[in-house]
Design a binder for this molecule. Sequence first.
Ligand code: MN
Length: 201
Amino acid sequence: MSNSRSLKSYRSKRNFSRSREPSGKKKEQNKQPVFVIQQHDASNMHFDFRLEIEGVLVSWAVPKGPSTDSREKRLAVMTEDHPLAYADFEGVIPQDEYGGGTVLIWDRGTYRNITEGEDEPKPLPDALEEGHLAVWLEGSKIQGGYALTRVKYRGEDNWLLVKMKDDKADARRKPVNTQPKSVQSGRTLQEIAAEEDEKNS
Ligand code: MN
């Protein structure tokens, strides 16, 4: 099983003299692993779902964002691993740079691995490799079990993000629509973009 997650791809896509994103190093794992969901107003609006695994943030782009309805399957496209410091990044990536657009910290918290294993949860690096993992999220907007499962979609490997059936599942909540503000700063995407504009003018 691979235990060599790398930030090479992350770094090669970015120019850190132009973007304020963290250049990031792999670092010690947090005692309690973290997750973050960042709304990213890039060429296509999407939500980046990131889980701390082996000292990096393993990342998926989720076009529609997470649902709290266990009947909804959300397409999740795996992207390059990001540095742990990215969990604190909110701001504007210059338009002509990779991922150009506004980033808002939509939700953040800790999580635990609940992937079924023999005696204890299957380690997440193995679960990733095998294409199925389950985590219990403790965020401000999102809580409870979420499963990620690798599937073939349009001939390519993709993933589905699905709310598991537990007491945090709620088909009526639509937090992506009703709770748009940053959990870090209380700002909207528009406010973040406007404030960055001011800084740069
Ligand atoms: Mn993104």
